[in-house]
Design a protein around this ligand. Structure first.
Ligand code: KG4
Ligand code: ZN
Length: 396
C-alpha cells in the first residue's frame, strides 16, 4: 500500500510517499519520497511562527514539494495530453494562485499509483492546517483516492515507534514499527505542545497532564530570544548550555522548577521564561559566559520539571512503555535525564525515542500513523470534501 502524506500544521511544509507492508506481524515502511521545507529562517525575524506567513509559504511550496516527493518515488509521469480531471474538489482551495497551481499540477501528470492520502488535520495553526487539508482533499477528488485526516500528536507518538532499519544497498530509508508493550505513556514535547498522554491500547488515549501556559519548546524559543540567540531557539540554548557545562563549576544563576513537586500532571513554563527574563534584565551587559549560565540553568530547570512530571505519571499509571516525541525530544540533556530516571526508578519500562531525523515535524510520521489507523479500521475518514482542520484537535 502506498501512502501520500502531507504535513502543514506549523512551519514545516512536508510531503512524503511511504510504501507500507505488513508481513508476519511486523509493519514496515519504506520512504519512497520525502520532501521537507522548513520555513524557520523566514519566521526568525518574528522570533516565532507567524501564522499568515506560514500559510502563504505552505501555499507556495505544497505543489513543488509534492512533485518532488512523487518524482523521487518514481510515481510521476507527464500526461500525454492534459487529463480531464474532476475539478470539483478544488473549490475548497480558497487562494486563487494556489488553486490554479494545484489544478495545473494534476493536469500535467497522470494519476500516480497511490492508495491513500493522509493529511494532518490538527492540532496546529488553523490557517496552516487548512492549506494541507484543502490540497489533500482536492487531490483525493481529482484522483479518486481516499483521504484521511491524521492527528499531529499521534504522528509524534508513532515517530517514537519507528525504528530505522540498517541501511542496505537496496533500500535506504526503511523503518519498522516497534510494537510497544501497553500501557504506553507518551511525553509529547514540542513548540506548540507539552503533554503526557496515557494509552491503554492502540488509539485509546487519556490525557494525564499538559501545560497550562507555554509549551516547553516555546519556552526554549523565548529564552533564546531573551539571550539574543536566533530562532528556533531550542538547539541554540542547548549549545550554549553545553559549553557552559563544559566550563564546569557551580552555576551562579538559579531558576525555579515551576509545578515540579505538585500533585497534578500539568506543566507551566511561562514563569520559568519570565524568571529568565528578570535574570537577564539585572545585568547591564550580557557576556558569552552569562548567556551560557542562563541557558544551562534554564535547560536544567526544564529537564527537572519534565523528569519529575514523567516520574509521577509513570507511577500513577503503571505504564510499561515511555514514548517521547516532538521537536524538544531532540534535546540530549533532556534525553539523558529521562534515561537516568528510567534506569534508576523504572528499570522495567521501555524508553522509546524517534531517530534524530524524525523528532521535528515531518510527513513520514503522519503517513505511518495514518496507515496504522487504517490497518486497525480506525481511520479518520469523512465524506468527500468533509475533512475539517481543527487547531485544537486533542488526542484524548
Ligand atoms: O515538533 P516541532 O518540530 O514543531 C511543533 O510541532 O511545534 O517542535 C519544534 C520545537 C521548537 O520550539 C524548537 O526550538 C524545539 O522544538 N527544539 C528543541 C531542540 N530542537 C528543536 N528544543 C530543545 N532542544 C533541542 N535540541
Ligand atoms: Zn510537532
Amino acid at each position: 500500500m502506498k501512502i501520500l502524506a502531507i504535513e502543514t500544521s506549523c512551519d514545516e511544509t512536508a510531503v512524503a510517499v511511504l510504501e507500507a507492508e505488513c508481513a508476519s506481524e511486523k509493519t514496515a515502511f519504506t520512504v519512497l519520497g520525502n520532501a521537507l521545507y522548513s520555513q524557520a529562517a523566514k519566521h526568525a525575524e518574528y522570533g516565532g511562527v507567524y501564522p499568515n506567513l506560514a500559510k502563504r509559504e505552505h501555499q507556495e511550496n505544497l505543489v513543488p514539494l509534492t512533485v518532488r516527493a512523487l518524482t523521487e518515488a518514481n510515481l510521476l509521469q507527464s500526461a500525454p495530453k492534459p487529463t480531464m480531471i474532476n475539478h470539483s474538489g478544488f473549490g475548497g482551495i480558497r487562494d486563487e494562485a494556489f488553486r490554479n497551481a494545484s489544478i495545473d499540477f494534476v493536469n500535467r501528470y497522470t494519476k500516480p499509483d497511490i492508495d491513500l492520502i493522509a493529511v494532518t488535520s490538527g492540532p496546529g495553526l488553523e490557517p496552516a492546517l487548512w492549506t494541507g487539508v484543502s490540497f489533500a482533499e482536492a487531490l483525493g477528488a481529482a484522483w479518486d483516492i481516499p483521504v484521511v485526516g491524521e492527528n499531529h500528536m499521534e504522528g509524534h507518538v508513532v515517530s517514537a515507534l519507528l525504528e530505522k532499519e540498517a541501511a542496505d544497498t537496496v533500500v535506504m530509508n526503511r523503518y519498522s514499527i516497534r510494537e510497544p508493550e501497553f500501557p504506553v505513556l507518551s511525553l509529547l514535547i514540542s513548540g506548540g505542545h507539552t503533554e503526557l498522554v496515557f494509552a491503554g491500547d492502540w488509539f485509546e488515549y487519556e490525557l494525564v497532564g499538559r501545560t497550562r501556559d507555554d509549551a516547553v519548546g516555546e519556552a526554549f524559543d523565548k529564552v533564546a530570544r531573551i539571550l539574543g540567540l536566533p530562532y528556533p531557539g531550542g538547539p541554540e540554548v542547548a549549545k550554549a548550555a553545553a559549553s557552559a557545562r563544559a566550563r564546569g563549576g557551580k552555576n551562579p544563576v538559579q531558576l525555579p522548577r515551576p509545578m515540579a513537586g505538585d500533585d497534578t500532571g500539568d506543566f507551566s513554563f511561562s514563569g520559568l521564561k519570565t524568571a529568565a527574563l528578570y535574570l537577564v534584565r539585572e545585568k547591564n551587559t550580557l557576556s558569552e559566559e552569562d548567556i551560557g549560565n542562563v541557558a544551562r540553568e534554564f535547560e536544567d530547570a526544564a529537564r527537572d520539571v519534565l523528569v519529575a512530571k514523567t516520574a509521577r505519571a509513570l507511577e500513577a499509571t503503571g505504564a510499561k512503555t515511555l514514548a517521547v516525541g516532538g521537536g524538544v525530544s531532540a534535546n540530549i540533556h533532556i534525553r539523558e535525564g529521562l534515561e537516568t530516571l528510567i534506569a534508576d526508578r523504572f528499570p522495567d519500562v521501555a524508553l522509546l525515542y524517534p531517530g534524530t531525523d524524525l523528532t521535528g515535524d515531518n510527513a513520514v510520521m503522519i503517513g505511518a500513523a495514518a496507515y496504522l489507523r487504517h490497518q486497525a479500521g480506525k481511520s479518520k475518514t469523512s465524506p468527500k470534501g468533509g475533512l475539517a482542520a481543527k487547531g485544537s484537535l486533542s488526542l484524548a
